[in-house]
Design a protein around this ligand. Structure first.
Ligand SMILES: [Zn+2]
Length: 261
């Protein structure tokens, strides 16, 4: 203990240990690394997160970032990778036990009850197995049939940054509507399509992206939002819960987001 001096004790040496995990995109997407080293939160970080009751998304991401050994721009991550990192930080911070609450599905009962579940036993992670392109060109058949020329859109998969942008746009539109008494001008589907669509080509004259997207049919919107197989990899979790009063069973979908903490 010769070299121990209390004044210079480096508390960073007490940080929780890092654990290596393969990410759902497994090194097959853009600049995302195949694996990450993640640690749990310290008590101080956890307190900081839960202090105000409702999470500030920016502070939440900064805290999640500080739990990664190698710096990573969270906004550029695919949703699947981001959710998986949030899940790992939660797991290494507070363990695998979690609690939820549900209203009974039996209409004659309707009791709201709490239950516990194990996040590791109730969730499954699947991994991407081949390279995921950063964008795809999708042709929209209706234009060829109606106007005789091919219109296509360049579509990209959604990232955590896109999700933040969509969330902000909807929030701002709601605030504006509340202030002015005018109808809401931003809708989740429009904001979603704006994030997916990078560019439009094939029109003989330039078109404004936002206006164009508002005139798409639901079927075309569906072609765009399903261009990338986002369900085929990532983290999914379900727990079966049983009502303590009438024993009716129901499924609880685990939320892998900030409300998880
Ligand atoms: Zn019940």
């Amino acid at each position: 203990m010769d070299n121990f001096t209390p004044q210079s004790f480096d508390f960073k040496t007490l940080l929780p240990a890092f654990h290596t995990h393969k990410l759902p995109s497994a090194g097959f997407y853009s600049d995302t690394p195949p694996e990450v080293n993640v640690r749990g939160l310290t008590v101080r970080e956890l307190k900081h997160l839960t202090a105000s009751g409702r999470f500030d998304k920016k502070i939440f991401d900064q805290t999640i970032s500080s739990c990664l050994k190698e710096p990573l721009d969270l906004s550029k991550l695919l949703l699947a990778d981001y959710n998986f990192i949030v899940y790992l930080v939660r797991l290494y911070s507070s363990g695998s036990k979690a609690a939820g609450s549900k209203r009974c599905v039996n209409p004659e009962c309707g009791k709201t009850y709490s239950f516990e579940y194990d996040i590791t036993e109730s969730s499954v992670t699947s991994f991407l197995e081949e390279t995921m392109p950063i964008s795809k060109t999708i042709s929209l058949p209706r234009f060829k049939e109606t106007f005789g020329y091919d219109v296509s859109v360049e579509v990209k998969p959604l990232t955590h940054g896109d999700y933040l942008k969509i969330d902000k746009a909807i929030q701002q539109a709601a605030d504006m509507a509340a202030k002015t008494g005018q109808p809401i001008t931003s809708y989740p589907l429009t904001e979603l399509l704006k994030s997916y669509v990078m560019s439009i080509s094939g029109f003989p004259i330039p078109v404004v992206k936002d206006q164009f997207l508002d005139y798409l049919s639901p079927a075309e919107a569906n072609i765009i939002t399903s261009a990338f197989p986002e369900d085929s990899f990532g983290l999914s979790g379900k727990a079966i819960t049983v009502c303590p009063v009438c024993a009716a069973e129901q499924e609880f979908v685990i939320p892998f987001t900030d409300i998880f903490f």
